[in-house]
Design a binder for this molecule. Structure first.
Ligand code: FAD
Length: 303
């Protein structure tokens, strides 16, 4: 399906469509993978998921942030969500993309924004994850996380198994709460594995290392049942305590499997995006897995 993938990537990068879709509600079945446009609607989705025994990590959608005023608006959306979760007493934490709050505008401005977010989150007893974006942001993200982890105990980050650096990072961050992923961006062969089998093997090594040798909490974020079932076997063989790890999946993906894991007693966290910038996120999910086109078809026929 490489052609379809390219079409959806192209659509996700179309400025005119990104702008136009901000003005309308969720369309084309995007509500199957996005929690809502407004905080109030998203809070209802979080309640639904909590009622099904799942925790949530929210993601305030936002793309192409190049102005400080926009980054400040995104920060206030995030703060509003943290406060709403706290007021409703929900089981949810935050995932933040640094590019959204100014990493590509001014490093110190971004650092200040993160300090504010972490301070408010701390008052709400909430953990905040710094998502890992593409490799061009890697050095600044790591520098910022290293600074923040000296000041806050409610911050963690992500390690992408496709990066060669992940071998050192998993040791460096062994005592930190980490989300482990395969990696979502297209990276150069000089810095990242390209073959699925190498990425999967590196991923399994990271998971086992952090579960066994790290003292930090482990979030295993994947839809890959082979990886999840191998992890569960490893956890049983090594008596890994159940309160030291969780599985994470995107909202709307493999819902039966999410419920299956909950019914087997495992903690499942759903990554729940929300906000008016739903369009590019939705197109990228379609690009990753064109089978999801049926979400679009269902959305079109229903509307
Ligand atoms: P894949 O390698 O895509 O799939 C492996 C196999 O799993 C498939 O062959 C298929 O058999 C099965 N499968 C996969 N998806 C489905 C499905 N929808 N339905 C049925 N079967 C399926 N990446 C980053 O770079 N930075 C981040 O901060 C980040 N955060 C993430 C947070 C969460 C909660 C999740 C779930 C992912 C995150 N990612 C992030 C994305 C991640 O890096 C991968 O790109 C993405 O998860 C796809 O890889 P996968 O591990 O799910 O499995």
């Amino acid at each position: 399906m490489p052609l379809l993938r390219d079409i959806f990537i192209h659509l996700s990068e179309n400025d005119m469509l990104n702008e136009a879709t901000k003005k309308v509600g969720l369309r084309f079945g995007a509500d199957k993978v996005v929690g809502g446009i407004k905080v109030e609607d998203t809070i209802e989705r979080i309640k639904d998921l909590n009622d099904q025994g799942m925790g949530v990590t929210f993601d305030n959608l936002g793309e192409f942030i190049t102005e400080k005023s926009e980054a400040l608006q995104e920060k206030s959306n995030i703060l509003e969500m943290i406060q709403a979760i706290d007021e409703h007493g929900l089981d949810a934490h935050g995932s933040i993309k640094l590019s959204q709050i100014g990493l590509h505008i001014d490093y110190d401005f971004c650092l200040q924004n993160m300090r504010e977010i972490l301070t408010v989150a701390k008052q709400a007893d909430m953990f905040i994850n710094v998502d890992m974006e593409n490799y061009s942001s890697y050095d600044d993200t790591i520098r910022l996380v290293d600074t923040l982890k000296e000041e806050f105990d409610n911050v963690g980050t992500v390690i992408q198994s496709y990066l060669f650096n992940s071998r050192e990072d998993i040791i460096k961050y062994k005592d930190m709460r980490l989300r482990l992923v395969k990696g979502a961006y297209k990276e150069a062969p000089e810095v990242a594995f390209q073959a699925k089998k190498d990425i999967d093997a590196a991923y399994m090594r990271l998971i086992k290392t952090h579960l066994l040798e790290g003292s930090g909490y482990t979030s295993i974020a994947t839809h890959d049942h082979n990886i999840i079932e191998e992890t569960i076997d490893f956890i049983k063989e090594n008596d890994i305590p159940e309160d030291t790890f969780e599985f994470q999946m995107l909202y709307g993906f493999r819902k039966d499997y999410q419920r299956n894991l909950v019914s087997r007693g495992y903690r499942v966290i759903v990554y729940l995006p929300f906000g008016k910038d739903w369009y590019a996120y939705f197109m990228r999910r379609l690009a990753e897995r064109p089978q999801n086109i049926n979400l679009v078809l269902k959305g079109v026929t229903r509307d």
